[in-house]
Write a protein that binds this ligand. Structure first.
Ligand code: ZN
Length: 440
């Protein structure tokens, strides 16, 4: 659709949505790559500079490239499931221009040599996607000794998290919250009470029918309440990852009303699926994730809170696991689902087309929302280097994980069909067409 080499593009006639500037209008955009005038500007019909490549985008939607606040790219140590190169290619296919990557690699990203190795791999992959590492909170994610937070931030980490595990020791958690506050970075909490964590799925009807132990909602919400209370006492800021229960949302809402600086993200799977999926599909391990899929009441509360902005960000918790790992059966397979290549399409179909969400709200939760709560640049169309995603709201899609750039196939939306998908990205100075999550 767009010539890959020029330095100036004129994108004509698309619907431009940029939440940072409250823009939602059909307009022409001039995109310049390189030089002092690099960036995206509204084009107001003056003579088209020579050498400009003109692209007609009537009927398409131009948005800031999405910001993924929560992904696991598995490198170093888990390359059988994903590499930084394959993960960033998956991100780009899904319309993401920035990806925060979690520290539960092997070794864990708890010191600058790991961060530097990851950043070098991202640069070598040359996907145009900006990868931002998250530092472990504790050495080896073991919850006992502090990671090298200041050195990690100096090496390029933008947040602190032991995601995958809670920081259970209150003394260490105090230190982590204080360090995040003093270093001006976000603390991303994987809120979970270890003593309540049993079994592979939610503690409900599906668990009983499958004859497995279940994880109660209090496993998450008790920890959310306790951590918010600690952050409040310390005057620190806290971000809750992948929130999934009505009680967690109530705690967030109440804290925000008291002025506590807390935020949260929702995953596409918690927004769109419930544990009833197990009754329909049996013990499908692509539905096994942590926190687990919850009942409809929790899903509905999460939707309402995300629409209302109590939950400000959508993050996929992209968690690749190679097929042989997910083939171990429901009890033994690892937790997690991949998400970046299907996120926009399934959310657009379910929330915008079927549930009536305004498209700019969904765009905001995937761009400015996550950028703001992570305290990073990006997710803003008219700031910084050009990073934009083009959506065709009328294009059909069918989710077929076999077509994904990700090395893994554990997608809970396999077989979903609908309308509206990412058709391309302009990142790192180049245009790439995309058919995520697979054209039909
Ligand atoms: Zn987590």
């Amino acid at each position: 659709m767009i010539d890959p080499t020029p330095t100036t593009w004129l994108l004509r006639g698309g619907r431009v949505i940029d939440p940072a500037t409250a823009t939602d209008d059909v307009m022409d955009l001039e995109v310049t790559v390189g030089g002092p005038s690099a960036g995206v500007r509204r084009f107001r019909g003056s003579p088209i500079p020579p050498g400009t490549v003109v692209t007609e985008l009537a009927g398409k939607v131009v948005v800031p490239a999405f910001v993924e606040i929560h992904a696991h790219l598995r490198e170093p140590g888990g390359e059988v499931s994903e590499t930084i190169a394959s993960g960033l290619a998956a991100a780009r296919a899904g319309g993401y221009g920035t990806v925060l990557v979690m520290a539960n690699t092997t070794p864990a990203n708890d010191e600058p040599s790991v961060t530097r190795r990851m950043l070098a791999a991202a640069e070598a992959a040359a996907t145009g996607v900006r990868m931002l590492p998250v530092s472990a909170a504790t050495k080896g994610l073991a919850g006992r000794e502090p990671a090298a937070w200041r050195e990690q931030v100096e090496a390029g980490c933008v947040a602190i998290s032991d995601d995958g595990k809670p920081v259970h020791d209150r003394r260490i958690l105090r230190e982590v919250l204080a360090a995040a506050r003093d270093l001006g970075v976000a603390y991303l909490s994987h809120a979970e009470c270890p003593q309540l964590f049993h079994g592979p799925i939610h503690d409900g009807e599906a668990a009983r029918r499958l004859g497995v132990q279940g994880i109660p909602t209090t496993c998450e919400s008790d920890c959310v309440q306790a951590e918010i209370a600690l952050a409040e006492e310390m005057g620190a800021r806290i971000h809750i990852c992948h929130v999934s229960t009505t009680a967690s949302i109530a705690a967030l809402r109440a804290a925000r009303e008291r002025g506590v600086r807390c935020s949260a993200e929702a995953t596409p799977h918690h927004l769109l699926l419930t544990d009833d999926e197990f009754l329909r599909r049996g013990p499908d391990t692509s539905l096994k994730m942590n926190p687990p899929l919850r009942p409809a009441a929790d899903r509905d509360a999460l939707r309402e809170a995300t629409l209302a902005g109590i939950v400000e960000a959508v993050g996929t918790d992209h968690a690749p696991h190679a097929p042989h790992l997910k083939a171990r059966g429901l009890a033994d397979a690892p937790f997690g689902a991949i998400g970046m290549e299907s996120a926009f399409a399934v959310l657009h179909e379910s929330l915008v087309l079927r549930a009536g969400w305004p498209l700019p709200v969904l765009v905001e939760r995937m761009t400015l929302g996550p950028a703001r709560v992570a305290g990073i640049s990006g997710g803003r169309l008219f700031e910084g280097a050009a990073a934009l995603t083009v959506i065709d709201p009328n294009a059909r899609f069918e989710v077929r994980a076999e077509n994904f750039r990700s090395k893994s196939r554990n997608c809970p939306f396999e077989g979903w069909t609908g309308q509206g998908r990412v058709v391309g990205t302009l990142l790192g100075g180049s245009w790439t067409s995309s058919t995520a999550p697979g054209g039909v």
